[in-house]
Design a protein around this ligand. Structure first.
Ligand code: NAD
Length: 323
């Protein structure tokens, strides 16, 4: 593929927005928003929409989640269908593809206004995201997939990154709402492209975390002080986010889950889920992903040993033991 020209780079930049910059906000009116799935991530996201002035009709199967949403300024409602009726934007933040598809089939498609934008922020498989987009289009509705990068802290702080798959028109309608919950909103491409970007990003994250762990362990066995190795590698070609923002070694680099006994952060179970989605996507298109495959095997082993709730950087403990 030829390298992009300066002009094409500029035009790509135009689809990335940093919404919190000043006057933009005044351009958007308050809207009625349905928010379905008020868990670890959705709770903070719905709260930020309410804080931005939207009228958030919130639904979750959990009564505790509904109570928390009420305290955060949302209006708890009795069903997903009730939340969806009359909403200008319908946002879902659910555990997996089967939950999203069920909520869309049971509540969203039959109750959404024709003018509503349907935004799924859950991390799900590319195929289901495309199927939902197609089903929405068949009913004259516009849907986008908009998974996030950033964990619970970013959801609460409104600093998530959204990667959006869908039509340009869908992206433009979703963007103001996503802007109220994030620091960057990027149009990745057509339907499913947001989920594809998320799967590839997290496969890369899993592989670089394992590689970072093993490099620190080898450095230590070779007699290097971890902080000294960090000082060198963090400004050398081995540098990565796994090292400089999330160093898996306690006491080295900036504060990270390693300094809190590997309390998450980003739980191993979620990393394993995302690696599963990446492997399924790779299989569907016949892509060879040996590092992603190995990362998935190692994280599965780590989770099976009772560490699913531990931060994913805690895999350094298993690698240190050699089993
Ligand atoms: P969670 O389990 O804390 O929340 C999911 C919520 O959905 C729960 O409150 C549950 O009661 C609710 N729910 C399930 N089925 C429902 C239904 N039919 N109707 C209404 N509510 C229903 O999960 P989470 O950590 O908030 O993650 C949500 C999504 O975000 C997942 O797809 C996850 O992979 C993704 N994600 C999570 C993180 C993270 O750090 N937690 C980071 C990035 C992306």
């Amino acid at each position: 593929m030829p390298s992009p020209t300066f002009a094409s780079r500029q035009s790509r930049q135009a689809t990335i927005s940093s919404p919190r910059a000043g006057a933009r906000k005044e351009e958007f009116e308050m809207a009625r928003v349905a928010f379905i799935g008020l868990g670890n991530m959705g709770g903070g996201m719905a709260a930020n929409l309410a804080k931005a002035g939207h009228d958030v009709h919130a639904f979750d199967l959990s009564a505790d989640a509904l109570d928390a949403a009420k305290k955060a300024g949302c209006l708890p409602v009795a069903s997903a269908a009730e939340a969806v009726k009359g909403a200008e934007a319908v946002i879902t933040m659910l555990p997996a593809g089967k939950h999203v598809e069920a909520v869309y089939t049971d509540a969203v498609f039959d109750n959404a206004d024709g003018g509503a934008i349907l935004i799924d922020c859950s991390t799900i498989d590319v195929e289901t995201a495309r199927r939902i987009n197609d089903a929405a289009a068949a009913k004259g509705l516009t849907a986008v997939d908009a998974p996030v990068s950033g964990g619970i802290a970013a959801a609460n702080a409104g600093t998530l990154t959204f990667m959006v798959g869908g039509s340009k028109a869908g992206f433009e309608r979703a963007e103001p709402f996503l802007s109220d919950m994030g620091k960057a909103v990027i149009h990745a491409g057509g339907a499913g492209a947001g989920q594809a970007a998320k799967a590839c990003n997290n496969m890369l994250l899993g592989a670089t975390m394992v590689a970072t762990c093993e490099a620190f362990l080898l450095a230590q066995k070779l007699g290097l002080d971890p902080q000294k190795f960090y000082d060198i590698a963090s400004v050398s070609s081995g540098q990565s986010w796994s090292m400089t923002s999330y160093c898996p070694v306690p006491g080295a680099g900036p504060e990270s889950p390693a300094d809190r006994d590997y309390a998450p952060g980003f739980a191993t179970a979620l990393m394993l889920k995302d690696l599963g989605l990446a492997m399924a996507a790779a299989q569907n298109v016949g892509a060879d992903v040996p590092m992603g495959t190995r990362a998935q095997e190692l994280y599965a082993q780590f989770a099976e040993a009772g560490n699913a709730g531990l931060d994913f950087s805690g895999i350094i403990r298993m690698l240190e033991r050699g089993k």
